[in-house]
Write a protein that binds this ligand. Structure first.
Ligand code: BDR
Ligand code: CA
Length: 312
């Protein structure tokens, strides 16, 4: 089993990513740290608890982290994810007595105490940047650092050039990409995540699998379906974050290349991931950037694990 810390902002697709990680025997989730992003961190933490309750894993600790980005004002994505971050699904809340503060402290301590831990970042990079700023050596022993964020050839989802996680806290993203890590940052950006679409047909298939899981996914995705139809005329919804977990489990489902990547912070380019694929800057590669994905492998992994499709 591989130890993993998941830093996230649940969020509809973050919740699906958490479900996949929690239902994968290869992963041992040491803790879930919450950052403000799709929703304020306190709401995101409550959503993480709802997911943990669904799969009977309330033993996993949840830590609340940064309430706002490093420098820019906080702008949530509640227009996309609903006021409650779970598509206004009104799933009953879970006692928050077990919630802990200080996500940044947890990240630093846990990485020092558990060499070879995987770090998975699914939200704005504020918590990660704060941890690295306070303790630059805390990532020295990580085995993988996978980030959902950024875009390369694909257009942005917050501006023509920027993806939400990098756009929401551009200074944190810039800072993180400037650090030296023992492994390249594995960037799972919109080029690949846009290809993962939860369609009405897949949802209909889920109906015939685990009833509780289906009902949860159906409730949280309805709002997301409507949003996609209204804004993009897409039938179904793009789910970005769970691809990172499937990729961790089976790296053969995606391909990419190594490059030097920087993140812009100001003006029109705010949050843009700039990929120096022609090596203009002659700087060392800091990133493995995914460009191709096989959605069929993703769905096989997701349906067999989260929905237990094989057991039906
Ligand atoms: C990212 O932004 C959030 O809205 C999603 O949860 C995902 O992490 C996609 O741009
Ligand atoms: Ca997210």
């Amino acid at each position: 089993k591989k130890n993993i810390i998941i830093d996230c902002d649940p969020g509809i697709d973050d919740s699906l990513a958490l479900l996949l990680a929690l239902q994968s025997k290869e992963l041992n989730v040491l803790g879930i740290t919450i950052v403000s992003g799709n929703v304020p961190a306190s709401i995101g933490a409550q959503n993480a608890l709802k997911v943990l309750q669904l799969v009977n894993r309330l033993d996993i600790p949840v830590y609340i982290g940064a309430e706002k980005p490093l420098k820019v004002p906080f702008e949530s994505a509640q227009d996309t994810h609903g006021e409650d971050g779970l598509g206004n699904s009104q799933i009953p809340s879970v006692s928050s007595a077990s919630l802990q503060e200080n996500a940044v402290f947890f990240i630093k301590e846990t990485l020092h105490q558990n060499p070879e831990t995987i770090v998975l970042a699914l939200g704005p990079l504020t918590n990660i940047a704060l941890a690295l700023n306070e303790d630059p050596s805390c990532f020295d022993q990580v085995s993988r650092f996978v980030v959902m964020g950024g875009n390369y050839r694909s257009h942005g989802n917050c501006s023509p050039v920027a993806e939400y996680n990098f756009w929401c806290d551009p200074d944190a993203a810039k800072f993180v990409f400037e650090q030296e890590f023992p492994v390249p940052i594995e960037m799972v950006g919109l080029d690949v995540t846009r290809k993962i679409v939860l369609t009405p047909t897949i949802l209909e298939y889920m109906k015939h699998t685990n009833k509780q899981i289906y009902s949860f996914i159906q409730q949280i995705s309805r709002f997301y379906f409507d949003y996609h139809w209204e804004h993009e005329k897409v039938l179904g919804c793009v789910i970005n974050d769970p691809l990172t977990v499937a990729y961790l489990l089976d790296s053969s489902l995606a391909q990419g290349f190594n490059s030097h990547v920087e993140v812009a912070t100001l003006g029109l380019g705010r949050g843009q991931s700039i990929v120096d694929d022609h090596n203009f800057w002659q700087l060392p590669n800091n990133c493995y950037l995914l460009t191709e994905v096989d959605p069929a492998i993703f769905w096989h992994i997701f349906l067999t694990r989260v929905c237990k499709a094989e057991e039906i």
